[in-house]
Design a protein around this ligand. Sequence first.
Ligand code: ADP
Ligand code: MG
Length: 701
Amino acid sequence: MSQPFQTPIEYLKGVGLARAEVLKKELQIFTFDDLLKHFPYKYIDRTRYYKIRDIQPDMPHVQVVARLLSKEIVGEKHTKRLVAKAKDDTGIIELVWFQGIKWVEKTLMPGKAYILFGKPGFFNGSPQMAHPEMDLWGSANQQQRGALTLQPAYSSTKKLEQFTLDSKGLQKLIAGLLDQYAREIQENLPAYLLNRFKLIGRANAYRNIHFPNDAAQLNEATHRLKFEELFFLQLKLLKNKLSNNAKFKGNVFGTVGPYFNDFYHSKLPFPLTGAQKRVLKEIRTDTQRGVQMNRLLQGDVGSGKTVVALMSMLIAIDNGFQTCIMAPTEILANQHFQTISSLVGDGFVEIALLTGSVPAKKRRVIHEKLEDGSLKILVGTHALIEDKVQYQNLGLVVIDEQHRFGVEQRAKLWRKNVVPPHVLVMTATPIPRTLAMTLYGDLDVSVIDELPAGRKPIETLHYYENQRLRMFGFMKQEIAKGRQVYVVYPLINESEKLDLKNLMDGIEIMSREFPLPQFRISVVHGKMAAADKEFEMQRFIKGETQIMVATTVIEVGVNVPNASVMIIENAERFGLSQLHQLRGRVGRGAEQSYCILMTGPKLSNDGRIRINTMVKTNNGFEIAEIDMQLRGPGNIEGTQQSGVLDLKVANLATDQELLVLVRKCAEAILEKDPQLAHPENQLLNQNFQSKNEGLSWDKIS
Ligand code: ADP
Ligand code: MG
């Protein structure tokens, strides 16, 4: 925005030093520009009049035309108040003032018609309004209001109110700002975009988002500003992607050789799904271009990401490179090691496991084999990016469950080679497409949106606490069929002690209901030593125990195909994405699997929506969508602390269509004019440059 808008707020007429101070402190309004972008959080509709009979208890501010019947000061001292009555042709409303009583009393004229405006309440079953705004019907005020039918309401604070900067006060400042400077608001979108997308000009948009005449005007204004906001965001992300591509050279995986082919033709135990094939192709294309790949692979639990990762690794190996796959926990690293080893079979390729608990001697051997290049696949936890670990020729890094890894840890991987390895980040936390476009807008995103054939959808049931015996009965029935059962307790971060007690009580109840020697139970929780955890996990994996009682440590990636029942205790305490992750632990074998959500008798509104959603669908993307609607885009797992989501007007949950549109539009523009050098894109180039400053983006890798 041009010069005047960078002016410090104290220089605006009517502000001054003292008010500037509170504006800065309370609302982070430092400049004219900041004030201009302090948008109303709602609008009070003065476009319609309500009949007194139609007033309901939960209504927002409404306006009513009524004739004043009476006025009377009642009560003593603290209870003293002014009470007036007014009527229209449908009923009577009571008006009350607790302050400024004398002054208001003088101005009220019984017998006259007024426009009453305020938030209605009910007292003894009849409608009431406290401290209404009152304009005489037909007065100058009414005329004025005619021009301002949707009143903006601004968020303010107690502190600001002391400086008469309540919503009304802020409104005055903003009106003044616009009166003086609206003409200087410069357009930042080229005319061809305004025309094509029927967008109103920028100055108009700012004026009308603050002071719309009607709903249609407000819609036009917000649409224009949302467009601008999302468009520049996408333009920036896409431009970043282009320049990364230009900056970082990548290893070329030119051929597919015997490792891949042998595996594909004689070892792969099942046909790949269409989605798996598509993703492999995408990766294959990426890794042949001579540009470093940064790809995010999203796929629901059980969609078969591991095999895709492995086959990508085999291509790297075919081209003479080493690979590694990194998991967030030892349990998972172990599991990947087992899975991959058994998929490729003995003697096929040199593969090793490196975690914190690998003894020094073994570790040294691994280090040697990495340096001489003979070790081809290294599976591990963050131990495999420690400085001591030197690869001869690292070509591809696969990172499982990305959000558990810090940005820094990922960056470390880059420094392992002169040419950075290709990076494939896998996540089983599906995020809505629009969110991915924004959060990972500078990455390439692949999606496995198809489960392997023949998988039976998990059946999800909701039991209340008083149906616990039925739940036990069900567990016994399934165990009798040879199945295994998970029972998961929530971690309620407030108190670790309480959490543990919760779990311990649970274990006791389970041990009583499922006694030795007939039943055996594994227990895993966060407070256990890694070796004990591993021991307990292994007992369950080997089928020595039928029940695994755990906290959410088993959430991610654990694969025990014979486990077909997931019981989630206090399910109402879990977020949707976590419930979905947990449920994904079952349904991995041939058997029909079940998930039972146990809850107390009372559910909050959101809690009920979460439980019902889980019962209704198994689709992770659908669930992520609802999660985003419930919690807002900023609270979705994996999105925290992302500056990308600091949007002022647009909302990723509700403006998905627009986002898709602007992204396509930005893509098309950059495709034709990657440098934004054409004269018609001059405005974009300027504004893209200025948007670059002061913004910092979390790079994913
Ligand atoms: P994810 O990591 O995506 O949750 P996995 O890679 O662990 O899923 O795969 C889940 C299970 O499905 C594994 O037992 C795997 O062997 C199996 N699987 C993967 N792809 C297929 C396929 N195309 N057909 C049948 N089973 C598959
Ligand atoms: Mg997995």
